[in-house]
Write a new protein. Sequence first.
Length: 306
Amino acid sequence: MPRRVEFLSKGITVVGELYLPSDSAPDRKHAAIVISHPMGGVKEQTAGLHAKLLAESGFIALTFDAAYQGESGGEPRGLEDPSQRAEDVRSAVTYLTTLKEVDPERIGALGICASGGYVPFAAQTDVRIKAVATLSAADVGSLFREGMKGTAMKTDSAALYQALLASGQARTAEAKGEPAVMQPLLPDSPEQITDATPVLFKEGHDYYRTPRAQHCRSTNRFPLRSMDLIVNYSSFAFNDLISPRPLLMIAGSEADSRYFSEEAIARAKEPKELYVVKGQTHISLYDHVDGHIQKLVDFFTTHLTQ
């Protein structure tokens, strides 16, 4: 069972779970991995699954609820702030450096979905992160600015302006004491899914809104005013700064989000690798792990324990 932990991130209390390897697990020389969850997710879902599996392989693994989300503090609830999300990753690294079980020179990080953008972004300047990995990476800034390439989900300048206008109006309303204006991230029901819905969002409904992985603290709602925090954020613009530390990006061959990983790898310098899992989609990699978990174990073993 993981150990419940707490640490501060920009003054906000972040709640995490620390997975420690058993005495019979392989010796990874006190190497530790921070694992950051998708937008709309919580630590108990895919992040927790990967933390458990990496701990079984000998690594210390820390997953946590982002500030404003899950069990962590911060208001309004559900706020998606890329700057804060990246700071949460850095703060998780800082927390690991204080633990007697961890060698502070052997810390890596894994980001899933939106955190596949936040983790590289944090690692670009936090050189304490010695190995960087992503799973089904997405740049939420690009997604909200432009939509998703190759799908019917597109955003033009007029629509973007209207969304930012609504975001500003929501800030004003909150300042007057009104509740935060919330909006869904994924379809709430199958009836809301159409032929124009990207596969990522169709499968996201199945993952987050059904017994497959639903959780009471994963509400499928975020404040509208997150928009003006997200839109001018770019995950991968400075990916070259990660080098000479290694970057591994894992994507499904059938993922409509695969292009994010391809573009991010193109911006990075060596050592870097795009690892494509045949037949898998963005969401299927969350809990169908056989095609990539050993790749992650080998990557972190090579770059954190040699």
